[in-house]
Design a protein around this ligand. Structure first.
Ligand code: HEM
Length: 148
C-alpha cells in the first residue's frame, strides 16, 4: 500500500510540473501575477505604437495596437499589484486607490490617443504617447517591484 501511495504521489508531482514551470520566470523563485500577464500583453504593442506614431500612413495598424493596449490596460485596473500583498490596513487601501486611479487615467489617455488617431491628428497622438509613457514610468516607480 505504501509503495502505491508513493507511486501515485510521484505521478501527480510529474503531472503538475509543467504548470509550476509556466508560473515562473526563468526558473527563479519569482511569483507570476495576472497583472504581469496584462502588462506583458501591452508591452510589445506599446513599442510598435511608439515606433510608428508619427507615420499617418500607418494609422490603421497603429489603431490595432492601441486596441490591444487598451484592452489589457482596462483589465489591469481590476488587478492587484504584487507589492499590495505585503501591505495591510490603511497603507494597503491608499496604495490600491493610487494604483487604480493612475491605471484608470492611463486607460482614459489611451482613449484620447485612439480619438486623435481616428481624427488623423498625428501631432496630438504623439504628445499623448509621451504622456502615457510618463505614466508608465511613474507607475512602475511607485507600484512595481524595483528588482523586476
Ligand atoms: C503603456 C503602458 C505600460 C506598459 C507598456 C507596461 C509594461 C509593463 C511590463 C513589461 C511589466 C513587466 C511584466 C513582467 O514582469 O512580466 C510591467 C509590470 C508592472 N506594471 Fe506596467 N506598463 C505600463 C503602464 C503601467 C502603469 C500606468 C502602471 C501603474 C499605474 C503599471 C504598473 C505595473 C506594475 C504594478 C507591474 C508589476 C506587476 C505586479 O505587481 O504584479 N504599469 N509593466
Amino acid at each position: 500500500m505504501k509503495r502505491r501511495t508513493l507511486i501515485v504521489t510521484l505521478a501527480l508531482a510529474i503531472a503538475m510540473l509543467p504548470s509550476i514551470q509556466a508560473d515562473s520566470h526563468g526558473g527563479g523563485d519569482h511569483v507570476h501575477t495576472a497583472l504581469e500577464d496584462q502588462m506583458s500583453a501591452m508591452n510589445k504593442a506599446w513599442r510598435s505604437i511608439r515606433r510608428q506614431i508619427k507615420d499617418p500612413a500607418k494609422n490603421d495598424s497603429t489603431l490595432e495596437y492601441v486596441a490591444k493596449v487598451k484592452k489589457a490596460a482596462k483589465k489591469s485596473v481590476e488587478l492587484t499589484p504584487i507589492l499590495a500583498k505585503e501591505k495591510s490596513g490603511a497603507d494597503k487601501k491608499n496604495f490600491m486607490t493610487g494604483y487604480q486611479k493612475m491605471m484608470q487615467k492611463t486607460v482614459d489617455m489611451i482613449g484620447d490617443l485612439e480619438a486623435a488617431l481616428k481624427a488623423g491628428d498625428n501631432a496630438k497622438a504623439g504628445e499623448i504617447v509621451g504622456k502615457i509613457n510618463d505614466a508608465r514610468k511613474k507607475g512602475h516607480e511607485k507600484y512595481k517591484p524595483s528588482d523586476d
